[in-house]
Design a protein around this ligand. Structure first.
Ligand SMILES: NC(=O)C1=CN([C@@H]2O[C@H](COP(=O)(O)OP(=O)(O)OC[C@H]3O[C@@H](n4cnc5c(N)ncnc54)[C@H](OP(=O)(O)O)[C@@H]3O)[C@@H](O)[C@H]2O)C=CC1
Ligand SMILES: O=C(O)C1=N[C@H](C(=O)O)C[C@H](O)C1
Length: 242
């Protein structure tokens, strides 16, 4: 039985994941939060999942690498330095990093890429996301993933095309940009919409997470899949066979 260890195990996602591990025929190997020993946890499990905080990623990757343990990283708010560290770790161990572990978001990203590729730049692309009042990063990791999908469909990158938030005398919208707006409040598990705004008509592609269970099930599915892979950096599309 595959033993899964959780970084951030007392958090909202950590507890949701621990709840669904038995349903997947796997074993909860334990978890740590602030002050725990990442290497001790990594030694005690077959695969790790990380839903903690960006500041903890480096230590968690060090532990995974030192013990040769595959790791799923769901934590968001990552910088380009974090992504470079993940790339380096993936040369030695299996690593899957994603801003969203749900099946629905993987499908939405594919649809967004397709729509962005087929609709020309007369169709402006804007993303909105809403999350619970406790969320600490913005835009959400999922919004950035959907933005990357849109940018990929348009043959550009988010680094070149993104406009994150607007306020004051912004001037008119620049053609070809991809805009982001973030809302925070209440207990919303995660809502994302991608709007394609044309002349006189709009297409909106949306996903609504009704609870964290979808993320938790996806994280466990990803962990069980990753435990059987060799070193490399993987995506949810590969887990889900999309
Ligand atoms: N990829 C996906 O599908 C999803 C990703 N997420 C992401 O997962 C992350 C966690 O979300 P959520 O569970 O809501 O957050 P919580 O704040 O509820 O939980 C985070 C947990 O991580 C722990 N933690 C924080 N810093 C450290 C550290 N330096 N070392 C070890 N543990 C630490 C916290 O412990 P303590 O209280 O001791 O600080 C806490 O138990 C976020 O980045 C969120 O965006 C969320 C949902 C889905
Ligand atoms: O913090 C959350 O709650 C969530 N975070 C992820 C993100 O930043 O996209 C995934 C999900 O939307 C919930």
């Amino acid at each position: 039985m595959t033993a899964i260890g959780i970084f951030g195990h007392l958090g909202r996602m950590g507890t949701a994941i621990a709840d669904v591990i038995p349903d997947a025929g796997a074993k909860f190997a334990g978890g740590i939060d602030h002050g725990g020993d990442p290497q001790a946890l990594a030694r005690d499990c077959d695969v790790l999942v990380d839903f903690s905080a960006p500041g903890a990623i480096e230590a968690h990757l060090d532990a995974a690498e030192a013990t040769g343990t595959p790791i799923v990283i769901g934590t968001t708010g990552l910088s380009s330095a974090h992504h470079e560290r993940i790339d380096a770790a993936a040369r030695a161990i299996p690593v899957l990093q994603t801003g969203n572990t749900s099946l629905g978001i993987a499908m939405l990203a594919a649809l967004v890429r397709e729509a962005a590729a087929r609709l020309d730049e007369d169709w402006d692309i804007e993303l909105t996301e809403m999350h619970h009042r406790e969320k600490v990063d913005a835009p959400s990791g999922t919004a950035l993933m959907l933005g990357e999908a849109a940018a990929g469909g348009r043959g550009t990158t988010l680094a070149d095309a993104s406009v994150i938030g607007r306020a004051g005398l912004t001037g008119a919208r620049a053609r070809g940009t991809i805009g982001f707006a973030s809302l925070r409040g209440g207990t919303v598990a995660g809502d994302h919409s991608v709007v394609f705004a044309g002349d006189g008509e709009r297409i909106t592609l949306s996903h609504h997470a009704e609870s964290r269970t979808i993320f938790a099930r996806g994280a466990v599915r990803a962990a069980l899949w990753l435990a059987k892979q060799g070193p490399g950096r993987y995506t949810m599309d590969q887990v889900l066979g999309l």
